[in-house]
Design a protein around this ligand. Sequence first.
Ligand SMILES: Cc1cc2nc3c(=O)[nH]c(=O)nc-3n(C[C@H](O)[C@H](O)[C@H](O)COP(=O)(O)O)c2cc1C
Length: 323
Amino acid sequence: MRTQALLDVATVESLLAAAVAAPSIHNTQPWRFRLNPDSQVLEVHSAPERTLPLTDPTHRAQYLSVGAAVFNLRLAAVHHGWRPEVKLLPDPHAPGLLAAVRLTGPLGADEQPSDPDLHAAIARRHSSRMPFTGRPVPEPIMAELASAAHAAGARLHVPDIAGTRRLLRLTAAAEARNQVHPARTAETLTWISAPGTDASYGIPITALGPPDAAGRMPVRDFTRALPALRLPALWFERHVQLALLWTSHDRREEWLRAGQALQYVLLRATAHGLRTSLLHQAMEWPDLRAATAPTRHKRCHPQILIRFGYGPDGARTPRAPAW
Ligand SMILES: Cc1cc2nc3c(=O)[nH]c(=O)nc-3n(C[C@H](O)[C@H](O)[C@H](O)COP(=O)(O)O)c2cc1C
């Protein structure tokens, strides 16, 4: 008879530290974890008190964030020699239970080992909202990132120059709408923290980026309501390397898959020495979100825009303890 190995506290803490290192909209960290020690199932719940009613009324961005955390959890489990069996939305009677990760193990010698570079990228990845150098991202890397998204259950569309301009225009239109919406700008500002504040959630001012001096890069202006906090404008890269992550359905399960795919792409990019940042504004207005879909794909539900490049690392954002 084979007895089930037991998870120790240090391993659980390491798995959860990896999970919470995931990106989340406005660094809301909209997750909560619970371990059932008998079944060795780590439950991932949504945190209803950390939602964005105006920016994310359907909770789609929250699901993307939780999906990214689930991906890190899986990766860390394999890194520690455990086999993660993931069930998304495992209980129809518990809508707040978004994933259950059963840890069985240890992994057999013939099972796929973890990728150490990818695991190391969990701690190295930060959103970089600074201008990139403009050095082009090699096509084979973009192709590899598209394969990674596909393997994780989503798709990555890498636009040509005209498509890139179109995506930037749509994002700029969304940003302009956000900026004249006082309630949305106020909601966003509540997630920005001043230097020296001991906040565990939200984005410190030091992690924000400057506006683009040329006005081409529609970075999110998190501090619209307090212009005194805005950094002086800088020149961003002329050719922006964007990619659109999309899914062919638009249900809660696909949002969780898209989040996992997002994290897989971000970690692979980080392992290649790329910096990344996210542009989600167009996804927050249904007409603009629909307009970002590449026309050649019939059933395409855009989920998020990713910007890639070489340049300065992003500043760290805080994380609350996982439990
Ligand atoms: C669904 C989603 C949407 C996001 N949208 C934006 C965005 O529009 N602009 C931006 O600068 N960062 C965006 N982010 C990045 C978060 O602000 C960032 O992940 C969070 O502050 C934690 O910082 P880190 O990525 O450096 O760990 C988004 C992240 C997620 C998961």
